[in-house]
Design a binder for this molecule. Sequence first.
Ligand code: ADE
Ligand code: ZN
Length: 326
Amino acid sequence: GPVTQWLAGMPKAELHLHIDGSLRAPRLLQLAAKHGVSLPYSSVEEVEAAYNFSDLQSFLDLYYLGASVLRDADDFYLLMKDYLEVCRVQNIVHCEIMVEPQTYLPQGVDLGVVLEGFDRAIAEAKSGWGQSVGLILSFLRHLPEAECLEMLTAADPYRAHFCAIGLASAERDFPPANFQTLYREAAKRGYALTAHAGEEGPPSFIHDALQLLSVARIDHGVRAIEDEYLLNQLAADRLPLTVCPLSNVRLCVYDDMSQHRILDLLDRGLCVTVNSDDPAYFGGDLLENFAALETDLSMSKEQALLLVRNSFEAAFLQNEEKNLLE
Ligand code: ADE
Ligand code: ZN
């Protein structure tokens, strides 16, 4: 529609993107063949037919299976290059990308190999078209906190590669309260702090991420809509939510896009942003997420502009850097 067309040409930021979630079917099949990894699919059509989820866990099972084809620095280079190419095409001038090194440990892949590949692609995009990139060191909450702390320590030699830490994977049985030492240790090291909360988990998990982990941003957070007191606090503090509309519908957080409350959150004064989460799995990049809001929620031009402005306000950048990009 016209609002999405207008947004296409506007500089935007994307703050909630799992790099493994950007691994598209053709690249997935290519790398599986390269490394002799056997997958339950043999064509792009079969892959896409399998991406029919009933909840977060049913997605995570296929997401970790997909990521298991990533083995060497060239694989990570191609993965990052593919996503940064989307940024160039969609005018996403700044992106903050979640990297989850614990995902690669079962395959014996070291963080140094991962970052060698990512660095090459990021350097090309920076010199190629001035792409701005931040990396978020994201931990898997279905694993014990002790293993997350080991990874935090293993990442110390690479501290300068990351702007923040995050917390992802299965939410319901793994509350923020379990990760207080991890967040305290990360804060000591000077990382900015964000965490997934209030996607499938209750609004109390958003409250606890703020109170117990001291996060500066919440990933998803859509279930804040159920708690009036929390909504007022998030609005008063301009505490950003990185919302992912297509993801929420594909993972059955909402029955369909017409049920999504993102524009209600925006109209109540919250600093909400639009993001794609795992675009290879949920059927759209950033602009397709905006397009769904225009089609199904009648997003106005004014609302679209606020959402884009919020994405820069919420970025883990210095104010001078934001002014240069916007
Ligand atoms: N990892 C990748 N995508 C995720 C999501 N939507 N929620 C939690 N963990 C994730
Ligand atoms: Zn996510």
